[in-house]
Design a protein around this ligand. Structure first.
Ligand code: GAF
Length: 383
């Protein structure tokens, strides 16, 4: 189901929970990242696109300063919070994400009070497909539009959502996922230069080239994922400091060998090599897509996986198995997508090879779930 499905039933679900009609409904997508992994917090380049899978929010404002949150997909009923008492560390579970957004909007000076919000989602939770960014962005878009907040761009909303996750939820993520959810457009990948946040919408019509992109959710998330993300980020910052640059983005691809020679240890060398070569791979994929040579991006995706596995060390046996199986069965390219340590891989295939390759992956990892996807729209109002 996507947000094109029955919005009347979704409105009715809001009424069942809150006993009145919503004022409006919004949707925000999850994402896959085509290329550019662990580059966003290095001021580098990313190229995600929006999935057709969305998180929806039906919303009505409240005058009594309460934020009441309900999700069709989560146990525990209505989470009832006092807007004035919101503070980092005070909210538990999934409700942290929307609470963080409201807290951050208010801290930024926006006059937004309480609300009743009912959510549902088709973005696989825990699949590394940015279900939490979709939840943040749909909340931010709904609350700003409903409260008549002006002068805040989609990119501003994404930055605000990222900041809410960094500060309130305590996760040191970059800005890619929220930007993808807020700013992607149908039929395009989004090329984002994270330093300066310049965006380019890159047409991506896989079907026209006889291609399919499979998303394979391994349905594993390794327990150390959150700590390991922060550790990689800190390592990149240490490497940039050792090299005397603001961020690893500032190391040019053809200056990589000199930079590696100047670093004090192998761990920092591996992190640096991944980030610098990954920025280069984003440039290659962008050039190929813009030249209409989409089929040729396969080996670049696969090289990205090897770099994430061997240098950045954020893959895991299940992701490697999916990638290796897909490639052994004729995929044009394959890589993990997102933060890693579980979650999903993407697999580029010839259209007629989709079924046999998907079947081979399922035989190798029966718990995996897969779907074929194309770039969907970014966040939008439903009614
Ligand atoms: C996660 C983070 F949220 C992103 O900001 C990004 O760093 C990604 O991992 C890795 O590319 O999805």
């Amino acid at each position: 189901m996507t947000d094109t499905a029955d919005t009347a039933a979704f409105e009715a679900a809001f009424k069942d929970v809150f006993g009145r009609a919503p004022e409006g409904g919004w949707a925000a997508p999850g994402r896959v990242n085509l290329i550019g992994e662990h580059t966003d917090y290095n001021d580098g380049f990313v190229m995600p696109f929006a999935l057709p899978h969305t998180t929806r929010a039906a919303v009505a404002r409240r005058e009594d300063g309460r934020l009441r949150l309900h999700s069709a997909d989560m146990d525990g009923g209505v989470v009832d919070l006092a807007v004035a008492d919101l503070a980092p560390g005070t909210t538990e579970g999934w409700a942290r994400y929307p609470a963080a957004v409201l807290w951050t909007l208010r801290r930024a000076g926006h006059a937004i009070g309480g609300a009743d919000i009912h959510y549902d989602s088709t973005v696989p939770v825990g699949g590394g497909l940015s279900s939490s960014a979709a939840l943040q962005v749909v909340t931010a878009l709904a609350l700003t539009e409903l409260n008549g907040v002006r002068g805040i761009s989609r990119q501003d909303l994404a930055v605000l959502c990222q900041s809410s996750e960094n500060t309130y939820v305590g996760a040191p993520v970059g800005v890619m996922d929220q930007t993808a959810s807020a700013c992607c457009t149908e039929g395009h990948a989004l090329h984002l230069d994270v330093r300066g946040l310049a965006q380019r919408q890159v047409p991506l019509d896989l079907a026209a080239d006889g291609l399919r992109l499979l998303v394979v959710d391994t349905r594993v998330k390794h327990a150390h994922a959150d700590g390991a993300y922060g550790e990689r980020r800190a390592g990149c910052e240490a490497a940039a400091a050792a090299l005397g640059v603001p961020a690893l983005r500032d190391i040019a691809f053809d200056a990589l060998d000199d930079a590696l020679a100047a670093l004090p240890d192998d761990r920092l060398r591996r992190l640096t090599r991944h980030v610098v070569t990954e920025d280069q791979r984003v440039a290659e994929v962008l050039a190929l897509c813009e030249a209409g040579r989409t089929r040729e991006i396969g080996p670049v995706l696969t090289a990205g996986h090897a770099s994430l596995r061997d240098d950045f060390q954020v893959s895991c046996p299940e992701l490697d198995l999916v990638v290796d199986t897909a490639l052994a069965n004729g995929a044009l390219g394959a890589r993990m997508t997102g933060g890693g340590f579980g979650g999903s891989a993407i697999v580029l295939v010839d259209a007629e090879q989709e079924e046999p390759i998907a079947a081979a992956v399922t035989r190798a990892l029966p718990q995996a779930r897969h779907f074929s996807t194309t770039p969907g729209p970014g966040a939008h109002r439903l009614w």
